[in-house]
Design a protein around this ligand. Structure first.
Ligand code: KIV
Length: 266
């Protein structure tokens, strides 16, 4: 295992006031790049259904797909904590089935923790997993697996009732033994309150600056999709333009006969 960052390291970050930087990843080359950076955590999110497979929701993602991508990410990295998502349908049937799926994901990929979306209704499952030695991250606020209940990907917990439920859920998740909680697309003031009410780190995505860490979907922050303009995503580069220009240059060179050159030939 060597020097891989652990869930307990990230709890210490919170105690020390040190922010956690996390990104998603699903493939070998990206994971290699992230491994050479100072990133603390890679989440193999079920967002892979949308940004890797081009589906409109995360619902179709399977345990086998999570295992496939997570194993690639784990094998490509030595340093960051690797967390795998429990996909829709993998933890709802029964606690036994949830345990079986979580054990499969841990054993077949070598990841360090799993993440489960939901509040009170997943508490008993999380208790069982954490009692069994599986580090678990919770996920509250906009939980994309609930898209068919929510009906949109809009900001969550705007009203008092939902905010109160979320605050209560965060405390319940901590009591159930989670190692941290992802807070997605909720008001910054609420995320601040939640972060102050639990001892485990909160990792925000669209949840403002007061969380103990931040996570973004890597393809969003790299600018793969020119049409994506979520308020909470800062695009750190414009990979769409970079790739488009490179591909067009290559096509021109091939058509003109200037690629390959003598130096590029045997
Ligand atoms: O699936 C995912 O990538 C996630 C992040 C957006 C937190 O759950």
């Amino acid at each position: 295992m060597g020097d891989r960052i652990s869930v307990s390291d990230l709890r210490k970050y919170k105690a020390a006031g040190k922010k956690i930087a996390a990104l998603t990843a699903y493939d070998f080359y990206t994971s290699k790049i992230l491994d050479r950076s100072d990133l603390d955590m890679i989440l193999v999110g079920d967002s892979l259904g949308m940004v890797f497979q081009g589906k409109t929701t995360t619902i179709p993602v399977t345990v086998d797909q999570i295992i496939y991508h997570t194993k690639i990410v784990v094998d490509a990295t030595a340093r960051p904590l690797v967390v795998a998502d429990m996909p829709f349908g993998s933890f709802q049937i029964s606690t036994e089935k949830a345990l079986e799926n979580a054990f499969r994901i841990m054993k077949e990929t070598g990841c360090n923790a799993i993440k489960i979306e939901g509040g009170e209704r997943v508490v008993s499952v999380i208790e069982k997993l954490t009692e069994s030695g599986i580090p678990v991250y919770g996920h509250l606020g906009l939980t994309p697996q609930s898209i068919n209940e929510f009906g949109s990907y809009k900001l969550r917990a705007k009203n008092n009732e939902e905010a109160e439920t979320l605050k209560r859920d965060a405390v319940l998740l901590e009591k159930a033994g989670v190692s941290g909680i992802v807070l997605e697309k909720i008001p910054a003031a609420l995320a601040k309150e939640v972060s102050g009410s639990v001892t485990v780190p909160t990792i925000g995505i669209g949840a403002g600056p007061f969380c103990d860490g931040q996570v973004l979907v890597i393809t969003d922050m790299l600018g793969f999709d020119p049409d994506l303009n979520f308020k909470f995503v800062r695009k750190y580069t414009d990979v769409n333009t970079i790739i488009t220009e490179a591909v067009n240059e290559y096509i021109n060179d091939v058509k003109k006969g200037t690629f390959p050159s003598d130096k590029e030939s045997y």
